[in-house]
Design a protein around this ligand. Sequence first.
Ligand code: B16
Ligand code: MG
Length: 218
Amino acid sequence: MNKKGFIFDLDGVIVDTAKYHFLAWQRLAKSLDINFTEEENEQLKGVSRVRSLEKILAWGNKTISKEQFTLLMAKKNEEYLSYIAEMDSSEILPDIPKILNILIEKKQGIALGSASKNARTILDRVDLKKHFDAIVDGNDVSKAKPDPEVFLNAAKMLNIEPADCIVFEDSVAGVEAANTANMISIGIGNSNVLGQADFVFRDFTEISEEFITNLIKK
Ligand code: B16
Ligand code: MG
């Protein structure tokens, strides 16, 4: 049977940690007198921690010292870590275990390609780490999505050609990264937002075993 590489983004694909990022960023924004809405939080999906803080500061028209920037990043992460410490496998998004089981049964390569520096901790918390043949996260890359580095590294670790890889992504930047990497991109979310993806599904409950089988055959 053909062996393909299936690369999963983390936040918004495997678990919904955006709500915890939002709570932590919101408290930080408040401490700086910046009004930060859930709509603005949408724009931080798939964006690195440094870039997220830069964006929040720009929205609030604030400039801060380098030292304060570093301190705020650490404070945000400390609060975020306190939320993810409480996570368990009940937070895995619907049908992710089903899709992983299909891929394991069909002996496919499975990788994680996330912007988060906390990805390994989260996979541990939800008890999914054991299923991944390769993990590439925010600690392993020098260029953030939409740069394809994260996915190209994952393909290399799986020892599978980029053209034989399939990426599941919920962010526009991530879909762009997958397309630039010459991989098949599968958007998870709203088709109006993720129109650049090769396929878009609202969530994994819409993805059939037949669809996966056809991807493997291609
Ligand atoms: P951290 P993903 C991304 O995860 C999140 O979508 C984004 O909101 C976050 O800022 C980024 O990780 C960095 O996360 O602060 O934990 O390093 O969607 O690429 O899995
Ligand atoms: Mg994501």
